[in-house]
Write a protein that binds this ligand. Structure first.
Ligand code: ATP
Ligand code: MG
Length: 576
């Protein structure tokens, strides 16, 4: 591609609204432009990268035996109502009506749509297992679209849905996808960390996210360097440090605590450890107030709490609601309710081990001390609802966990029977008996993968593309000064193109410094320069790899072979 005929609007300055490296470089290298909040235009150079990532995904999915479909983006409300998600998807799902008032969703995901098509076309166990996938646009009205294409309102996803006769079959389909994902990300030049993950609104139990370690990642990961446990913080569990249980139970007593509300203030006031406080927070879950109780030194994991409650919406209750349900202002809530008040309470599993605790008395400026779970209040429902943090003990081996941040690029999970049951999918087994298939579901964010590659491959001058996803393989810079030299440079460009090499050819009238600056910014793996030496007697060409500092000289006749060999070697490294 001749740059004189192409559109690569590179930017000298950092765009002010881009806070992370990939977003900044995608704008500066002329790959994307913002259309409006959370919506991006792929320019020709950026589209090439996206298409390369898509090609890798498609190749590996096809190799795994998955079958490609193309589903409508407008998904009928009836399908979502069948599964119950018309309500539970909440405001992230964009809903529209046609001229007849018929309702649709702009698909944020396609479980219902694929379950429906399988229901239509699969009737026998002989057709199973099937893994149906597509590479298609998704729409999500994200609360906070940010970081460029990392979290946008419209993005391309590869989504796949497996259907099996039984759980063993599902395990097989899931393992194939686990392996396929590892291969896909490796081929894109991405190092990923697979972590245990929450299954969120999808339901189901077994799930893994593919994370790219990055300071700008929105996910917090907990890792054990000893046994290899890796989990998303949303899902992470830990072993508890149990408090001694041989203490005598003290009598329950009420203490005046004027204006002592926060855990820090309480620690000072009572002179004991934060762990002995029963931190009691009021939430509103799908419109109903509830209380969640954790030890005072812990934070609540709202994802775990939401799953425990099976709630769609969970928010901290406004002050007025707290006063109404506890009978006291914020800061004095506790699980010993005042007479006449009733409230669903979820206790963290550690609570029962805390003796002689301190907690709010549900009265202004009063706390209880000598509180003993079981004696002073009943633990009706308990669940693990604490947020696991660095230093907590690994749930498998007990060693201290460490924290790091990650970008989620892919997600695989076992859905179980959630959709096939809700949507009444039946196939006949060997004995002619109707059975319900079991599902798995597997997503990759294509645009986010592109951004994550840049986060992992860049320097202060620009992007350093892995060969597999680079927009072009060779960047050929011509420093020709007259028509004769231009002709000679054109010949090299044609030789490379004829050999099947993807070449971005800088034939523009611009200074060498400008051209080199653009080449570094755009980040094509092999740069060749047709300069003085080439136009002079020696006919030699300067070659520089984007990820190395040194320059080497290659004879004109060898340049095609040299480039071909480099390309093959670089691709092989990513395939290994
Ligand atoms: P997140 O927690 O980041 O919102 P998710 O759990 O909602 O992600 P999935 O529903 O599992 O994501 O979607 C599969 C993949 O789609 C994700 O792993 C991610 O790579 C990509 N993805 C999800 N939301 C967005 C978005 N708003 N913009 C770009 N890519 C996205
Ligand atoms: Mg999301």
């Amino acid at each position: 591609m001749k740059m004189s005929r192409y559109l690569v609007p590179t930017l000298k300055e950092d765009p002010s609204d881009a806070v992370i490296t990939s977003h900044r470089l995608m704008l500066r290298a002329g790959l994307i432009r913002k259309e409006s909040a959370g919506m991006y235009i792929y320019l020709p150079l950026g589209l090439r990268v996206l298409q390369k990532i898509i090609a890798i995904i498609r190749e590996e999915m096809n190799k795994s035996g998955a079958l490609e479909f193309l589903m409508p983006e407008l998904t009928s409300a009836d399908l979502w109502k069948e599964s119950g998600r018309w309500h539970s998807m909440g405001p992230e799902m964009i809903r529209i009506k046609d001229r007849n008032g018929i309702e649709y969703a702009l698909a944020p995901t396609h479980e219902e749509a694929f379950t429906n098509v399988i229901r239509m076309i699969v009737t026998s166990y002989k057709d199973l297992p099937v893994n149906a996938y597509q590479i298609n646009t998704k729409f999500r009205d994200e609360i906070r679209p940010r970081f460029g294409v990392m979290r946008s309102k419209e993005f391309i996803m590869k989504d796949a849905y497996s259907f099996d006769s039984d759980e063993d079959g599902l395990e097989g389909s899931y393992q194939i996808m686990r392996q396929t994902y590892r291969t896909i990300f490796k081929r894109c030049g991405l190092e990923t960390i697979p972590v245990e993950a929450d299954t969120g609104s999808m339901g189901g139990s077994n799930s893994e996210e593919f994370m790219v370690a990055s300071e700008v990642g929105e996910e917090v990961l907990l890792l054990c360097e000893v046994c290899g446990y890796k989990s998303n913080q949303e899902r992470a569990t830990c072993q508890y440090q149990l408090s001694p249980t041989n203490e005598d139970e003290e009598a329950l007593a009420i203490v005046d605590t004027p204006d002592v509300r926060t855990i820090n203030e309480l620690v000072q006031f009572f002179g004991c450890s934060a762990h002995t406080f029963l931190k009691s927070l009021i939430y509103v879950a799908d419109g109903t107030p509830i209380m969640a109780v954790v030890p005072g030194d812990r934070e609540i994991n709202e994802v775990k709490l939401k799953n425990t409650l099976n709630a769609v919406d969970l928010e901290l209750a406004p002050d007025a609601v707290v006063e109404e349900v506890t009978g006291a202002p914020v800061g004095f809530a506790g699980p010993i309710l005042v007479k006449g008040k009733a409230l669903r309470i979820i206790f963290d599993t550690q609570i029962k081990t805390i003796k002689n605790a301190i907690t709010g008395a549900n009265q202004r400026d009063k706390h209880y001390k000598g509180v003993n779970p079981g004696r002073d209040f009943v633990i009706g429902q308990e669940a693990d609802i604490v947020l696991v943090v660095a230093g907590d003990r690994c749930p498998h081996c007990g060693n201290a966990l460490i924290e790091t941040r990650g970008i989620e690029v892919g997600h695989i999970f076992k859905l179980g029977y959630k959709y096939t049951r809700a949507m009444n999918v039946k196939v006949l087994d060997k004995n002619g008996k109707a059975i319900t298939p079991i599902m798995g579901c597997y997503g990759i964010g294509v645009n986010r993968t592109m951004a994550a590659v840049i986060e992992q491959h860049n320097d202060d001058r620009g992007i350093i593309w892995p060969m597999s996803v680079a927009p072009f393989q060779v960047h050929c810079i011509s420093l020709a000064k007259n028509e004769k030299e231009e002709g000679a440079a054109d010949t090299i460009y044609s030789m490379l193109v004829d050999a099947g090499i993807e070449v971005l050819y800088d034939d523009r009238t611009a200074s060498p410094g400008f051209k080199f600056g653009d080449a570094d910014l755009i980040g094509i793996p092999i740069r060749i320069t047709l300069g003085k030496a080439f136009f002079g007697d020696s006919s030699s060409i300067e070659v520089k790899l984007r990820n190395k500092d040194e320059k080497i000289i290659i004879a004109k006749d060898m340049i095609v072979d040299y480039c071909k060999k480099q390309i093959v070697q670089m691709l092989q490294k990513l395939n290994a």
